[in-house]
Design a protein around this ligand. Structure first.
Ligand SMILES: [Zn+2]
Length: 176
């Protein structure tokens, strides 16, 4: 399945709307109509939801924060199940301000950020980066125990090779 960057979204608030949300594509943009009373959090949640809905209708996968969190939940279940809450992040977000890293994790507040640079990479590469950051919730440093956790992912080595290749080609020494 081909990934797609999050499109440019224009949110229009309407006082006439009460609870209904709708979205449509207008050229390169997606217009999302929401009730005026929605909070910022509701706006974010609904924009993600409507983008996913539009994408599903168009047979594409849009990589939103919401989708990323769902992906993290699936990976935890597959590879880190016995750690339970220890591997549950508070938030998982796409970020654009992470130039030297594919992803990062702050174990203290249990937040994970994933670079938009991998947004168009294959699913199995995104899964690797995400699992790597989830494993940091359990083991913060890159020690043997950490690599044993990451090694549970069957394509870990392949994904590392892929990322190294991309970093070398772009001339940026990216790290995890
Ligand atoms: Zn790491």
């Amino acid at each position: 399945m081909a990934g797609a960057r999050k499109p440019v979204v224009e949110v229009r608030r309407s006082q006439r709307r009460r609870r209904t949300v709708s979205a449509y594509r207008d050229g390169e943009r997606v217009v999302v109509l929401i009730p005026d009373q929605f909070s910022r959090a509701e706006e974010t949640e609904w924009v993600d939801r409507m983008l996913a809905r539009l994408a599903a209708r168009e047979g594409r996968l849009v990589r939103t924060d919401h989708e990323l969190f769902g992906r993290a939940t699936r990976l935890r279940g597959l590879y880190l199940a016995e750690y339970g809450d220890q591997a549950v992040p508070v938030s998982v977000r796409w970020v654009t301000n992470q130039n030297g890293r594919w992803g990062s994790c702050t174990p203290a507040d249990r937040t994970i950020r994933i670079s938009h640079r991998i947004q168009d990479m294959p699913d199995w590469v995104i899964d690797y980066v995400l699992l790597h950051e989830l494993a940091h919730l359990i083991v913060p440093s890159h020690n043997a125990r950490f690599w044993a956790l990451v090694g549970r992912y069957p394509k870990a080595e392949r994904a590392r090779g892929y990322l190294e290749g991309v970093a070398a080609a772009s001339g940026t020494p990216l790290t995890d």
